[in-house]
Design a protein around this ligand. Structure first.
Ligand SMILES: [Zn+2]
Length: 487
């Protein structure tokens, strides 16, 4: 009898294993193969020199407006005019806000909706006291050891200048777009973009412009993402998370700490924070994160591939695994982080009031309303007041992959980075693109920057730099994308 049961169990397990392996081997992936294209012969030295000079302007966005150095912004705008003479003689341009520049390259077909490339040339300050830690001074634009060094090399002067380089080159070669193309170089992204991007967006809306697509800074060509994955991955941000700050507060009679009651304000507040942490919003595996992994599958080690091909069986396991890593967890769900806690003024007095702020980053499948309701319900304590504190913002729509602009973007990436999978992903940070939701749903957040995990700390940190060869790839990419998307 026992033998029969075991035999039956073995047969079931064997069948299951066969199904799992068969599905792994049979699944086919939609991999776009593109023909090799010749590299465009723009002047590489000149492009590198111009990036180097661009990094010498101290176009810093400070938190305190009185620290703003207008002369540096003026100097950078003058530099652009000197560096890109064809753009300034053949395109329309205007100043928007205080120091933002908007360019319009008229296409030959007025029936096509315009495309738009945006970026920002303001940078974050160098943290006082860290200047000496830089291998080359942060505003020197030094070209050495195969890199261009300086604040803005990654975020985002290389983005702005590589698009201008591409347009200048295409003008030199006599290219005319069919689709009108806008370019914008914003000056205040690091402090919210309210004078730059927000005004450009308003202005275009007033003029009745609807965009076919918008490309902004965002995710990179990521190298060494997963163990066992040989190729880099070009990640494209298809959506941006929203955010919400909730204040949790509790008021109760205070008293002497020598005779504490069962429950105290600090005790209850701590419990509430714990409950929020221990009961996260559900993971959203079916959407963006799945589309991120699918294009990678053919290159993944067998075990990963087996998991992806058999989500019916392995989904809970994969979700649990992704939830343990901060950046995949952030892509998977709405996250909650307590950022401020206050209560108490004296060591022997029970505080009558305690409060905390929880900062929530909202996944595109959730919204502010649902997140707030979730937090209230997991806290499950009527004495804790839950209140929204501004600012808050809903998550963006998720841009479609099934559109001409996305296919153009994917093609252009593959033309410049052969064999590199393109993975639609979620952008965890925020950028100026959020100001353009009124003009198009096709917003893509991508820079052709090769980034290794250790480069993360260079963005807004010490020793920001970009490889010279990689910068030239960025220019190649911009040329390919402009050609593919406007003709
Ligand atoms: Zn940036």
């Amino acid at each position: 009898m026992i033998k029969n049961v075991l035999g039956g169990l073995a047969a079931v397990l064997l069948t299951l294993a066969l199904i799992v392996v068969a599905r792994t081997l049979m699944v086919s992936y939609d991999l776009m193969e593109v023909d090799a294209v010749e590299r465009h012969a723009f002047d590489a030295d000149r492009a590198t020199e111009r990036l180097s000079e661009g990094l010498t302007y101290r176009t810093i966005s400070h938190e305190a407006p009185e620290d703003f150095e207008a002369a540096e912004f003026e100097a950078l705008l003058e530099f652009l005019e000197r560096a890109y003479p064809r753009i300034y003689s053949e395109l329309e341009f205007e100043r928007v806000g205080d120091y933002t520049k908007l360019y319009r390259w008229e296409g030959s077909d007025p029936d096509l909706k315009p495309g738009m490339l945006i970026g920002h040339y303001d940078v974050v300050p160098v943290e006082p006291g860290t200047e000496q830690e830089w291998t080359h001074p942060p505003f020197s634009g030094t070209v050495a050891e195969g890199f261009v060094w300086g604040r803005g090399a990654l975020d985002d002067k290389a983005g702005v200048l590589s698009s201008m380089e591409a347009v200048e080159y295409l003008l030199e070669t006599g290219f005319t777009p069919q689709r009108t193309l806008y370019l914008a170089a914003h000056h205040d992204e690091e402090v919210g973009g309210f004078d730059g991007a927000a005004r450009v967006s308003e202005l275009l809306e007033e003029r009745g412009v609807e965009l076919e697509f918008l490309v902004d800074e965002g995710l990179p060509v990521a190298e060494e993402v997963l163990e066992g994955l040989e190729t880099p991955i070009a990640m494209v941000g298809m959506a941006e998370k929203g955010f919400l700050n909730l204040e949790l507060s509790i008021i109760r009679d205070g008293g002497h700490s020598s005779m504490p009651p069962q429950r105290t304000t600090i005790g209850d507040l701590s419990t509430a924070i714990h409950r929020v942490k221990d009961n996260p919003m559900p993971g959203r595996f079916d959407d963006l994160i799945k589309t991120t992994f699918e294009p990678l599958a053919p290159q993944l080690p067998f075990l990963y591939r087996m998991g992806l091909a058999n989500l019916w069986l392995f989904r809970p396991l994969i979700e649990r695994q992704l939830s343990t890593i901060p950046h995949t967890n952030a892509a998977l769900r709405t996250t909650a982080a307590p950022t401020i806690i206050e209560g108490g003024i004296k060591a022997n007095v029970l505080p009558a009031k305690a409060r905390a702020i929880v900062n929530l980053r909202i996944h595109p499948d959730d919204d502010i309303e649902a997140v707030e309701a979730h937090v209230r319900s997991v806290i499950n304590n009527d004495e804790i007041q839950v209140r929204r504190t501004p600012p808050s913002r809903e998550p963006s729509v998720v841009s479609d992959t099934d559109t001409r602009p996305f296919q153009d973007l994917r093609r252009s990436i593959k033309e410049v980075f052969p064999g590199v999978p393109v993975a639609p992903s979620i952008f965890i940070a925020t950028s100026d693109a959020r100001h353009f939701r009124n003009l198009t749903d096709n917003i893509y957040r991508f820079r052709a920057i090769r980034a290794r995990p250790e480069d993360q700390s260079r963005i807004h940190g010490t020793d920001e730099r970009i490889g010279v060869e990689n910068y030239l790839e960025m220019v190649q990419f911009q040329i390919r994308f402009i050609k593919n998307s406007t003709s």
